[in-house]
Design a protein around this ligand. Structure first.
Ligand code: GDP
Length: 319
């Protein structure tokens, strides 16, 4: 792996950025070390972006929305990076986000950088790499970072934990059911945006908006921000500016209430805690004594010779 030209990365050179991301995504231990050095040296140049998470079920219009939204931001003079956290797994088979040509117009823009999801590893591993990629993009001068995911499994929690603003896209639906979106997601959302508010769906979209706005009144409140529900048409590019204005307003309010940096600090310390757990677990499984002792202890637990607690203690004591 050729080493990374940090100066060119900081000047916004896309090749240097892409190379650094490849390094961060690498599984090799030696790359991992080098990646950490790169990250530490760019750390002072990170943080100067607004990080926006976007989720929604397949077909809701995420890529169409991000394309319109991204183009709008570029018109405003912004540099936009789009990262994906794809929850696809060997079990589920294939990728949910990356299997079609997406955001074609946006991807042709000089000031847009689109990077598909790292494919490797556990959900936590993918999120870890995306967080690091986000830092690299910030160092390269991207001032809006969009992290996209499908609302499947844990991925929306992972993404919500790494962004400043979490947006859930939905489609017009007057029904009471939260169209495949878990109720927990309402707790994560800073905003719901009802997409496809066009053609015959305009009225339905308005009713849906009202429905969710009422739902928010019931569950949220108290803080400096009450989640908002907006409508838009990503296809007709209407309502897109309202979404950006809302996010800008959020940022201003959050900063004024000392909540912006506070949230990032909290996210960072939670990230650290998670990493400690993950590294400890990795070290445990790599330990030869543990590897040797584990099967027999499992066996004894299964045969009720040893309690699970005592077996766990014996394993951990080997470290
Ligand atoms: P994703 O799976 O969430 O990324 O959704 P896509 O962006 O691929 O969109 C799914 C389908 O919905 C496509 O056929 C889009 O053309 C369509 N679509 C997306 N946004 C809109 C919209 O604002 N209005 C309408 N009518 N269709 C849309």
């Amino acid at each position: 792996m050729p080493s990374i030209d940090l100066d060119r990365l900081k000047q916004g050179n896309r090749r240097a950025l892409a190379k650094a991301i490849t390094l961060v995504e690498s599984k090799l231990d030696s790359h991992r070390m080098e990646a950490q050095q790169v990250l530490e040296s760019i750390l002072p140049h990170t943080g100067n972006s607004i990080r926006i998470g976007i989720t929604g079920i397949p077909g809701v219009g995420k890529s169409t929305f991000i394309e319109s939204f991204g183009l709008h931001l570029i018109e405003q003079g912004k540099k936009v990076a789009v990262l994906a956290v794809d929850p696809s797994s060997p079990i589920r088979g294939g990728s949910i986000l990356g299997d079609k040509t997406r955001m074609e117009e946006l991807s042709r823009q000089e000031n847009a950088f689109i990077r598909p999801s790292p494919s490797e590893g556990t959900m936590g591993g993918v999120a870890q790499k995306t967080r690091e990629t986000m830092l690299l993009c910030e160092a390269a001068g991207y001032d809006v970072i969009i992290v996209e995911t499908v609302g499947v499994g844990q991925s929306e929690y992972e993404v919500a934990a790494m962004v400043d603003f979490f947006l859930v896209l939905m489609i017009p639906n007057a029904g009471d059911e939260l169209q495949g979106i878990k109720r927990g997601i309402m707790e994560l959302a800073d905003s719901l945006v009802i997409n496809k508010a066009d053609g015959e769906s305009i009225n339905l979209a308005q009713r849906t908006r009202q429905h969710y706005q009422n739902a928010f009144h019931l569950i949220k409140g108290g803080g400096f921000w009450n989640p908002r529900v907006l409508t838009c048409s990503a296809m007709e590019k209407s309502g897109i500016d309202d979404v950006w204005n809302m996010i800008s307003e959020y940022r201003e309010l959050a900063i004024k209430n000392q909540a912006f940096d506070e949230k990032r600090s909290q996210q960072n310390s939670q990230w650290l805690q998670k990493l400690i757990h993950e590294l400890l677990e990795m070290r445990l499984h790599q330990n030869p004594d543990v590897q040797q002792k584990m099967p027999s202890l499992f066996d004894q637990v299964i045969r009720n010779k040893v309690t699970p607690y005592s077996a766990a203690r014996q394993i951990v004591d080997l470290l």
